[in-house]
Write a new protein. Structure first.
Length: 131
C-alpha cells in the first residue's frame, strides 16, 4: 500500500507541475504552437530516462521512491516519457523493427483514437440535443 500512496503523491505533484509549466510557457510564447506540451514531453522523457537508470544502479533508492518519481511524478507530468523510454529501450536492445512499430503505432493509433473520441463526443452532444 505504501507504493500506491507514493505513486498517488508523485502523480499529484507531476500533474500540478505540468499545469503550471505549460501555463507559464503559453503566457510567454503564446498558443499558436503547443510549446508547453513539447517542453513537458521532452523534459519528462529526460527525467524518466535519468531516474530509472540511476535508481536501478543505486541501491539506496527505495522501491517507493522510485515508484513516486517514475510512475507517479513522471506519469503525472507526462505519459509521453514512458512511451519514449520504452522506445529507446527497444532501440538500445537492438530491436529496431519493434521500436519503429511501437513508436509509429503509438503515434498513429493515439491520434486516430483522439479523432474517434472527437466523433463520440459529437455524437453524444447531438444525441443530448435531440432528447
Amino acid at each position: 500500500m505504501r507504493i500506491v500512496w507514493a505513486i498517488a503523491v508523485g502523480a499529484a505533484i507531476g500533474g500540478v507541475s505540468r499545469y503550471y509549466l505549460s501555463l507559464a510557457v503559453q503566457q510567454r510564447l503564446g498558443v499558436t504552437f503547443p510549446w508547453g506540451t513539447l517542453l513537458i514531453n521532452v523534459t519528462g522523457s529526460l527525467l524518466l530516462g535519468f531516474i530509472i537508470r540511476y535508481a536501478l544502479a543505486a541501491p539506496a533508492v527505495s522501491v517507493e521512491l522510485r515508484a513516486l518519481l517514475t510512475t507517479g511524478f513522471c506519469g503525472g507530468y507526462t505519459t509521453f516519457s514512458t512511451y519514449s523510454f520504452e522506445t529507446a529501450t527497444l532501440i538500445e536492445e537492438g530491436q529496431y523493427e519493434r521500436a519503429g512499430a511501437y513508436a509509429l503505432g503509438s503515434a498513429v493509433l493515439a491520434i486516430a483514437a483522439t479523432f474517434c473520441g472527437f466523433l463520440l463526443a459529437r455524437e453524444l452532444i447531438a444525441f443530448r440535443e435531440r432528447v
